[in-house]
Ligand binder design. Sequence first.
Ligand code: 3HC
Length: 314
Amino acid sequence: MDTEKRAEEFQQRIDAGEKIEPKDWMPERYRKQLIRMMSQHAHSEVVGMLPEGNWIERAPSLKRKLVLLAKVQDEAGHGLYIYSAAETLGISRKEMVEQYIYGDAKYSSIFNYPTLTYADICAIGWLVDGAAIVNQTMLARSSYGPYSRSMVRICKEESFHKKQGYEMIARMANGTEEQQKMAQDSVNRWWWPSLMMFGPHDSDSPNSAELIKWQVKLKTNDELRQHFVDRTVMEAKAIGLEIPDPDLKYNEETGHWDFGELPWDEFWNVIKGNGIMNKERIKTRKKAYEDGAWVREAATECARKKKLGEEKAS
Ligand code: 3HC
């Protein structure tokens, strides 16, 4: 059957809300888009361990240390989960990982900001995981089967992270004067970078139209960002924290919160690799990847020998 006919049939399956599975026919462009998006999502989860990992040794109590350790481990698991889902598209883990460590593949801009105080760990849980959960609950309905299914488990853990972060920052916002200041300072530094997680405006998003057509994305960048702002403004108010946006105003007509323009120069600068921590993050990941090469080689050799043994025995 010619490609055009297949592409037509493929679109009919998407429009009928069917899941596309690894062995199904799919346009090459659909495959490429998914590899790009899923691998960058997985990179984000793994690099995302670094800013939080920075505070494991300095958490204010054993309990907070345990909570943070568990969260960082969850993020590692999310990364491996999504890499495995991406491998079903015919790309190896090695290729994906080396695309960002040695190449220019992206990971979420948010992780190129430094975690300066422990309040940042609370703000990350509340705002960054909060933004991620808005995006990922949408992706749990994405047309590609393995991606949507990987999101189901990740969303459960991510929403727990968000609630945990909100509880922690609420405690600080209602704590000593010093803690209140730390919490507000952290929200001031993490608010706009959290909004950037949803990507550029729809009008500046070269990938969105295609991803919406193929129901990889079911909502646009701006729709998800608005949903995040609407819910988070109310959460901030509930614990007496200010959102650092003088243009924030409830719009009776639309029922949404209008907000100011994001610092787009900063956004494009960070995703071009010029953020405060970009170089540091890649340097750390590169060292871990190269120091761990012997483990990968040993595991691969073990698997090869085991397979050889099984073939001889059969
Ligand atoms: N950080 C880095 N790059 C970004 C970005 C961001 N916040 N927003 C957009 N970009 C990049 C895109 O990757 C694209 O570049 P590319 O074509 O070279 O890949 C370019 O900017 C234009 O953006 P588009 O809107 O056209 O790109 P997309 O349609 O892919 O939308 C996205 C961007 C909303 C991030 C989308 O890719 C997406 O939903 N990805 C899956 C979710 C994801 O990656 N989340 C990471 C959050 S971190 C996380 O979940 C960890 C948790 O533990 C907190």
